[in-house]
Structure formats: C-alpha cells, structure tokens
Design a protein around this ligand. Structure first.
Ligand code: HEC
Ligand code: HEC
Ligand code: HEC
Ligand code: HEC
Length: 460
C-alpha cells in the first residue's frame, strides 16, 4: 500500500493523536494481528542531504515523516538501526552523531546493532555515547580480545503492544571492521567471534522467549543470505554494513525475510509482520527512498538547523584562529587566485565570471555551511593545499608579502592546477582540466553530470 497520501493529508497533531489512541487501546486489549518493523542502516552521522542537486535522499526530518505515516497506519511500530551510526574521520562528525542518536531516541528508536565504524573512536567511547543518548546496542559476537567477554548485551527483547520481539546482532570480520586501523588511543582490542555460531546460539536462546525474532546481520547481503538460510526460527533478518545493493521487497532466506535498505540512512523499511495469536503468519517488506516526496517534519527540521548552525559557527571560529597562524613556506608550489590569471586571460576570465563556479561559495554562506569540512572543499579552490583556501575570512595562505588571495569559489586553478605550475606548452592541459570535473561533480553531488553538456555551459 502506498502510504504517502496519508502523510500529506494528516497534520502532525492529528497523527500524534492517532498514535496515542492506538497504543492506549492495545495496552488493555488483545494482541494486535500485525506489528511493523521499520529500520535504517549505516547513517554515519548524516542529518540531511547536502542540497547540491534535486532528488537527493535521506535526512532525519523526512525520516520523522516516514515514521509518522507508518504509525498512522499501525501504531505498533518497532524502530531499529543496523548500526554504523558513527563515521570515522573527524571530531565534528562525532558531535553530529551524538545529535543524530539523541534524535533517533526522540523518534522512538531503542535497540541498535553494532557495526565496524561504530567502534572507530574506541569501545568505551561508543558505549558511553550510546548510553548517554538512551540507545541500547546489542551484539552477540564482539568480545574483548583480552578477556573474551562480550562487549555488549548480546540481544534485547522489546515489548511491542504485548508482542515480544527478540533482537540480536552479529558482525562479520571485514576490512572495515578493523578497529586498530582507526583507533589511535585504542582502549580495548576487539575480538570478532564466529558470527554463525553466535547467531545460532542467539536464535536458540531467544526463540522460546519471543513471539518475533529479528537478527541484525552486519556482513553485507551475500553473507547475510547464507547465514540466514542456515538459521532455523529467525523471522526477520536485517542486513547492515555498507552494502549499497538493496533488497527492497525482501528475500526469503531459510525461515526469515531478509531485508537490505542501503547506506547512509537514505532509505527506510516497513516490514509488516502479520500475527495469528502471537505466531508470525506472514512477513512482507517494502523499502522506500527518503526522497523529497516526503515532507520534513518541522520540529525536527528546526532542531537540526539550530544544531548545524551552531556547529558551523563553532568550526568557523576555530578555522579563523588557525587560518591567521598559517604561513606559506617560500619555494613551494602554490595557488595564487584567479586575479593573477585575469591579467593575461581577460576573455576566459570574463566568461568564467558569468558562471556559477565564480559564485559557488555564496550558497554555503547563505546556508551557514561555510565552515563545514564536508561542504567547503568542492565550493572553493585548493582546500587545505599550499596557498589554497583556508577559512572564510582569510582565504589563501599568507604570502611572503603578507597579503592573502581570495580562494573562495571554483576558480581557474581548481581545474587548471596551481599557478606556479603554469606551463604554456603543456600538451596535457585539456585532459587534466577535464579530469578535475569529477572530483567535485560526483554521482552523489551531481548525479546528472555529463561532460559535453556541462562544458558547453562554461566553455571559455
Ligand atoms: C564532492 C563535492 C561537493 C561537496 C562535498 C558538496 N558540494 Fe555542493 N555542489 C557540488 C556540485 C558539483 C554542485 C553542482 C551540482 C550540479 O549542478 O549538478 C553543487 C551544488 C550545490 C548547491 C546548489 C547550488 C545552486 O546554485 O542551486 C548547494 C545548495 C550546495 N551545493 C550545498 C552544499 C552543502 C551544504 C554541502 C555540504 C553539506 C555541499 N554542497 C557539499 C559539489 C559538492
Ligand atoms: C603573464 C601572462 C599569463 C598569466 C598571468 C597566466 N597565463 Fe595562462 N597562458 C599564457 C600564455 C601566453 C599562454 C599560451 C598561449 C595561449 O594559449 O593563450 C597561456 C596558456 C594557458 C593555458 C592553455 C594551456 C597551454 O599549455 O597552452 C591555460 C589552461 C592557462 N594558460 C591557464 C592559466 C591560469 C589558470 C592562470 C592563472 C593561474 C594563467 N593561465 C595565468 C599567459 C598567462
Ligand atoms: C570548471 C573547470 C575550469 C575552470 C574553473 C576554468 N577552466 Fe579553463 N578550461 C577548462 C577545460 C576543461 C579546458 C579545456 C577544454 C577543452 O577540452 O577544450 C579549459 C581551457 C582553458 C584555456 C585554453 C583555451 C584554448 O583556447 O585552448 C585557457 C586559456 C583557460 N582554460 C583559462 C582559464 C582561466 C583563466 C580560468 C579562470 C578565469 C579558467 N580557465 C577556469 C576548465 C576550467
Ligand atoms: C572544485 C569543485 C568543482 C570542480 C573541479 C568543477 N566544478 Fe562545476 N560546479 C561546482 C559547484 C560547487 C557548482 C555549483 C555552484 C553553484 O551553483 O553555486 C558547480 C556548477 C557547475 C555547473 C553549473 C554552472 C552554471 O553556470 O550553470 C556546470 C555546467 C559545471 N559545474 C561544470 C563543470 C565542468 C565541465 C567541470 C570540469 C571541467 C567542473 N564543473 C569542475 C564545483 C566544481
């Protein structure tokens, strides 16, 4: 059934009333004949699409709308995440993930799986973070290498309107799951116990205590399919760990329905578990893209914006302080800014000035994203390279004469390379400049990019 019209018709208040009435009714009444399991995967701290082009997916405010519409259909919803809530690179992403986890708690998530990237900042750090957000991580096969003790609760049983749903998670050893690669100050070394044995034990222990049994299999579609096929008694298997290939209507694997909903929280599932008495009679799955046909729930959009604006403000201050201290050592190749090129290439400069490349930074300022390390590099020139963009106020490294060049926007050198490497007889300059496009016009940011068409719009 297509649920979208419901979202558009019902106001937030009416939905809230529906939800409240629904759960009250069943607290006293008989067990429902259906519950819905809805899940996301691999968020890595993403709160919203970047907005670089239309049709991008994901974001917590749309997710809120999806959840509201699901609850309006049936209030007995269990929300799950397979894991990879964290991304492992920069500190600001930790702050973003903390905000994401608190928002997920607010949306109604509780039990979450544990995947490789979650542990990149250290085990204790992860345990403390999820606990402070009020989420409960489960993993039946991640152990302390020194003591061989499990690091997390192996599973959890959630009560959904009187239906007992058991949830466990297991993860496979993979390149991504090599915490030592990421953790500088590793507190605990992780041992990955055999996922198949751990899953079998979880099913044996949980089956007699539960009406519905869900396994989070953080190992990609192929291995999850193989494992689920061998587990007698599993009802739903959720695939996690950065597998972009989705199983959008599910796949039968043994007794389970195997569902895979892609990466970066851009899709969300609605898995309907029909019950007779309290026995599972049928499971059907549907995975939907969180695209712009979903409205953003205003309260979630507002709190996200407040958080992001404050984060940008904070990073901006740090960058300004650092930027002022940065100097350029004499003799290295570096960027100089487009004014230098304009002196000799007047015609090319005039044409460039009329393209959006010449104004690409303005949009980041307007959106208060001008200090975000995951936005700035493609909207400026020579980000963090010698002589390149440093920060919004003092762009360009300080030159020997004390001046700074403005390296905002996508300037000549973003495609042609550093001015100090300018070579009037370079036979490869075309191929090099053409190759630059794809570093910014990626499938994520610029899905419809075709060189010939694009070049025609900026030809000089
Ligand atoms: C990998 C490079 C890259 C990153 C990272 C990136 N952008 Fe972009 N952005 C682009 C490109 C390329 C375009 C032009 C896309 C097109 O027209 O196909 C664009 C376009 C945009 C536009 C549309 C501008 C207009 O005139 O309509 C906005 C808004 C935008 N980006 C904001 C952001 C924000 C906010 C972030 C960070 C969350 C970000 N970008 C990160 C490359 C990037
Ligand atoms: C002092 C004058 C001068 C400046 C400054 C200058 N160029 Fe050039 N450029 C030339 C000349 C002369 C040529 C060769 C003749 C032609 O194709 O116009 C050339 C050629 C080029 C070419 C064609 C490639 C080639 O090898 O023939 C590119 C691309 C180019 N310049 C980019 C730039 C960029 C980018 C800047 C700024 C960083 C810049 N130029 C600054 C004089 C200059
Ligand atoms: C978005 C990338 C991009 C930017 C920005 C850019 N160029 Fe180019 N430029 C190219 C490409 C690609 C070519 C070669 C196109 C082709 O294959 O013929 C080119 C060609 C040129 C040429 C050689 C033209 C000829 O007659 O052969 C010059 C000179 C040049 N650019 C100068 C500049 C200057 C100066 C600027 C800044 C004012 C600039 N470009 C900005 C991508 C860019
Ligand atoms: C450093 C990153 C970067 C590189 C390299 C880059 N672009 Fe862009 N491009 C952008 C961004 C960012 C925008 C969106 C700017 C905006 O709308 O504010 C954009 C916009 C465009 C647009 C829409 C411009 C308009 O005026 O309508 C075209 C066309 C385009 N790029 C073509 C190219 C081509 C062709 C190349 C390679 C020769 C290239 N770009 C290289 C970042 C880049």
């Amino acid at each position: 059934m297509n649920l979208r019209p419901l979202v558009r018709l019902a106001s937030g208040l009416a939905l809230a009333a529906l939800v409240a009435r629904g759960s009250q009714a069943t607290a006293e009444g008989p067990a429902p004949n259906e519950i819905i399991i809805s899940h996301t995967s691999d968020d890595r701290g993403d709160l919203a699409p970047c907005g670089c082009s239309s049709g991008q997916k994901g974001g917590i405010a749309r997710r809120a709308a999806f959840i509201d519409s699901t609850r309006a259909l049936n209030p007995h919803v269990l929300l799950l995440s397979t894991g990879n809530l964290f991304d492992v690179s920069e500190q600001y992403q930790v702050d973003r993930t903390m905000f994401l986890m608190r928002t997920m708690k607010q949306l109604g998530y509780h039990t979450v799986g544990v995947a490789g990237m979650d542990l990149g900042w250290g085990i204790r750090f992860y345990q403390d973070s999820v606990a402070s957000a009020g989420l409960l991580p489960v993993s039946a096969n991640l152990a302390d290498r020194a003591t061989h003790q499990l690091l997390f609760k192996p599973w959890n049983i959630e009560d959904v309107a009187g239906v007992r749903v058991g949830i466990f998670s297991v993860a496979a050893h993979s390149i991504e799951f090599e915490p030592s690669r990421h953790i500088a100050n590793s507190d605990t070394a992780v041992e990955v116990l055999d996922p198949a044995a751990a899953a079998r034990r979880a099913v044996e222990e949980l089956r007699p205590q539960c009406d519905v049994l869900v396994g989070i299999l953080n190992m990609g579609n192929h291995d999850a399919d193989t494992l689920a096929g061998k587990l007698q008694g599993l009802d739903v298997a959720l695939v996690g760990a950065t597998d972009p290939n989705m199983l959008r209507t599910g796949l039968r694997a043994g007794t389970a329905m195997l569902v895979s909903d892609g990466v970066r929280g851009q899709y969300m599932s609605r898995i309907r578990v029909a019950l007779q008495g309290k026995k599972v009679s049928r499971v059907t799955a549907e995975v939907d893209p969180l695209d712009d046909t979903w409205p953003e729930v205003e309260s979630y959009a507002n709190s996200r914006k407040a958080f992001e604006d404050a984060l940008n403000e904070r990073l901006s201050k740090i960058q300004r302080d650092q930027g002022l201290k940065t100097t350029l050592s004499r003799g290295t190749d570096h960027y100089v800014g487009n004014e230098a090129c304009a002196r000799c290439h007047v015609e090319a400069h005039n044409i460039w000035n009329g393209t959006k490349h010449a104004h690409a930074f303005a949009i980041l300022k307007r959106k208060k994203k001008d200090a975000m390390p995951d936005c700035v590099p493609c909207h400026v020139t020579g980000f963090q390279k010698p002589g390149g963009y440093v920060d919004a106020d003092n762009t360009g490294l300080q030159q020997v004469d004390g001046t700074r060049h403005n390296l905002q926007n996508v300037q000549c050198e973003a495609c042609h390379g550093m001015a100090t490497q300018h070579d009037t007889g370079d036979p490869d300059y075309r191929a090099r400049a053409r190759a630059a496009c794809k570093t910014c016009h990626t499938p994520e940011q610029s899905p419809n990019f075709k060189f010939e068409e694009a070049w025609a719009r900026i030809a000089h």
